[in-house]
Design a protein around this ligand. Structure first.
Ligand code: ADP
Ligand code: MG
Length: 401
């Protein structure tokens, strides 16, 4: 059985760790085997529970809330020998192929390896335990986005550096550098294949129906626009955002309270409520009040969870973003819909062979076209509330083939 995965992300300090910990505690309280893992190098999961944590799952509160386990994965500690070795391989091969040493150094500085390994570790923990739900306390949004896009970016990088047609490279090496180089290339190519498999597995995990991202934010105007961009960018990667959590809502004050403090709170709360209303179209927004005391320890966290979820199940939020694409017929044209709440993002579209390259705020995603649309030409694109609609018309030339 594969565990459901719930990833908490958001800007630094918004409350990711607190809410991930509270959610896991709540799950354990409801009798589910829950594991909460932190992959943020700035570990504070242990602080939230008020216990010491290591890389292996440990029970947080064996005498009280049983079934709750937590771990802190240190991405930096994961950069293992295998990677160092692979880099070595790559450098040798590149040198054999006549690539300058400095260039080889740069080409093999594999981007984002640490984050990748942390994700792999989450995957391993999720697969090798009795967990029904694994809650992940991720790093800050930008970092996490990069991390989520990584498997694809990485695959593209490898593809550029080492074309699928390894035989070509092999042939080149045999001519230029002799049989020793060919053997080394074979070893490297094998290592790369294994890496590609790992990447595919990670992408599978992140885009699986059992995985959801919960975005934590503070209800402030400047944050709202960024939240939209983040939701769109995640959808573009095929990652489901299920629910936003607005943390640190100031308490509502009774209408008959007067004085400067009451007035301040009332104004602040009205502003925050307006931001929440503005974000409502992105799906279920839950809110957590700013508490007077920092919620530290299982009891305090459970109380936060009660405010957050009420009687609802923390897993399976309403209003998740659905399938990224759908195709409808419109007269003699087809409309490909990309469910992206693009907001104020920078959007660029290009047809690249049988794929549509969608670039959102500098992040590119190749969306494979359904077979039907491969034989069409793009006639236009529009943005509306439902996202992006790209129009296609059958191309008689292509259609006949
Ligand atoms: N709703 C809240 N009320 C009061 N304090 C909070 C609340 N949420 C978080 N905190 C406190 O704010 C600080 C930052 O929260 P944390 O969960 O560590 O944020 P992040 O993981 O996003 O960096 C912590 O000291 C935490 O106890
Ligand atoms: Mg944190």
């Amino acid at each position: 059985m594969s565990a459901g995965l719930l990833l908490f992300t958001g800007k630094g300090g918004v409350g990711k760790t607190t809410l991930a910990a509270a959610t896991a505690a709540r799950l354990a309280e409801s009798g589910r085997k829950a594991l909460v893992v932190s992959t943020d190098p700035a570990h504070s999961l242990g602080d939230a529970f008020g216990v010491r944590l290591g890389a292996a799952p440990t029970e947080v509160d064996p005498d009280g809330l049983t079934g709750l386990h937590a771990a802190q994965v240190d991405p930096r500690a994961l950069v293992d020998d295998a990677w160092t070795e692979l880099r070595g391989h790559l450098r040798t091969v590149l040198a054999g192929a006549g690539v300058d040493e400095l260039d080889a150094e740069e080409l093999t500085a594999l981007p984002g390896v640490e984050e990748l390994l942390a994700l792999g570790e989450v995957r391993r923990l999720a697969a090798n335990g009795p967990w029904e739900v694994v809650v992940v306390d991720c790093g800050p949004t930008a970092e996490t986005l990069r991390l989520l896009a990584l498997p694809e970016a990485f695959a593209g990088y490898l593809e550029r550096l080492f074309p699928t047609h390894r035989r070509v490279v092999r042939g080149l090496l045999a001519g230029a550098a002799g049989s020793g180089a060919v053997d080394r290339w074979d070893a490297t190519a094998d290592a790369l294949s294994r890496l590609a498999e790992r990447l595919d597995a990670l992408r599978g995990m992140l885009t699986s129906d059992d995985t959801a991202v919960r975005l934590v934010l503070t209800p402030e105007r400047v944050v709202a626009a960024e939240t939209r961009r983040t939701v769109a960018a995640l959808a573009l990667q095929g990652v489901r955002v299920s629910g936003l959590v607005a943390n640190r809502l100031v308490p509502a004050v009774a209408a008959d309270e007067s004085g400067a403090a009451a007035s301040w709170l009332r104004t602040r709360r009205a502003e925050q409520d307006a931001v929440l209303a503005d974000l409502a179209d992105l799906g279920g927004v839950r809110a957590v009040e700013h508490r007077a005391a920092e919620p530290v320890g299982v009891e305090a966290l459970l109380e936060v969870a009660r405010g957050l979820y009420g009687d609802d199940d923390p897993v399976g939020e309403p209003g998740g973003s659905g399938a990224l694409t759908s195709v409808e017929r419109d007269g003699d044209e087809y409309v490909l819909r990309l469910a992206l709440a693009v907001g104020e993002s920078d959007l660029d579209l290009a047809r690249v062979g049988d794929e549509l390259a969608v670039t959102l705020d500098g992040r590119r995603k190749l969306v494979p076209l359904p077979p039907l649309l491969k034989r069409c030409v793009v006639t236009g694109a529009e943005l509306d509330d439902g996202g992006l609609a790209v129009r296609f018309r059958p191309d008689p030339d292509l259609w006949m083939r």
